[in-house]
Design a protein around this ligand. Structure first.
Ligand code: SAM
Length: 253
């Protein structure tokens, strides 16, 4: 998949390329592709765990620049595999929540262009994405809001999004791939605000280990295609886990 801002004034355009059936390769706009579940796409090669293997080989195609932007699988095999596994973990949490709260509210902080809604939708969930202005505008253009799924413009650090959540049928807050970019004291404040506002709600987030986060701050990582992960000011440690467990209203962490 690829997004490109393109030449100034041009509308951004996102296409997803997938292999369907035995050989048929399809490339379609993002909104037409969201119903294709990752598990249903035929892998080009087997999904293996050992290092040195190739995972989800293929290319990001930048439709705006009409170039293959990056090879997904060879250069970034660990990264690619991690993203896919992470998405599956989040899906599992959402499905478990919806089994208990079919009409519950799912809030995706920093949703980006994630298309999880289409993978887990049960027909009754209320879905709210929270994104910064530029990304929210792009998302709404590519994945327009509906009555049960909308994107709110704002920062996850600004508690205003909480007012938009109907908590009457249970709340699950997801922060996939985003809290590591926020200062630790703001993360703790967010956890405290969520527990105060939505007692009994779930919060799912992921973090890198502390050594990896420290490496990003020092600019130590660079992928062969040139991508550098942005600085991640913190990573999980036993001490931080203890801090979270001590937050008022946190039941388990
Ligand atoms: C690494 S992307 C993850 C996107 C998506 N959650 C996923 O897993 O595919 C991080 C996203 O968080 C958003 N983001 C960063 N800081 C944010 C903030 N303070 N409030 C809301 N969104 C934020 C970015 O715009 C970006 O879309």
């Amino acid at each position: 998949m690829s997004v490109s801002a393109g030449p100034e004034g041009a509308a951004p355009y996102v296409e997803v390329s997938s292999v369907v059936g035995r050989r048929e390769r399809r490339r379609r706009p993002l909104l037409d592709s969201v119903s294709v579940r990752f598990e249903d796409a035929r892998p080009v090669r087997p999904f293996r765990w050992p290092p040195g293997g190739r995972y989800f080989p293929g290319w990001y195609w930048a439709a705006t620049t009409r170039q293959h932007a990056q090879r997904f699988g060879t250069d970034n095999r660990w990264w690619a595999r991690g993203m896919a596994v992470r998405a599956r973990c989040y899906d599992r949490e959402v499905r478990a929540f919806l089994a208990r709260h079919p009409r519950g509210a799912v809030v995706c902080l920093g949703e980006g262009l994630e298309t999880q809604f289409w993978r887990v939708d049960n027909g009754t969930v209320q879905w709210l994405g929270v994104e910064l202005a530029d990304s929210a505008a792009l998302r709404r253009r590519l994945l327009p809001d509906t009555d049960r799924r909308r994107t709110l413009t704002g920062s996850l650090l600004d508690e205003r999004w909480m007012r938009e959540v109907d908590a009457s049928d249970g709340v699950l807050v997801l922060a996939q791939g985003v809290l590591m970019y926020v200062a630790w004291d703001r993360v703790r404040a967010l956890v405290e605000a969520c527990t105060a506002r939505f007692p009994g709600a779930g919060l799912v987030f992921d973090t890198p280990p502390a050594w990896f986060a420290a490496g990003t701050v020092r600019g130590r990582f660079r992928y062969p295609a040139g991508y550098r992960p942005p600085p991640m000011p913190w990573g999980m440690t036993p001490a931080r886990l203890r801090e979270l467990r001590a937050c008022p209203g946190v039941a388990t962490a």
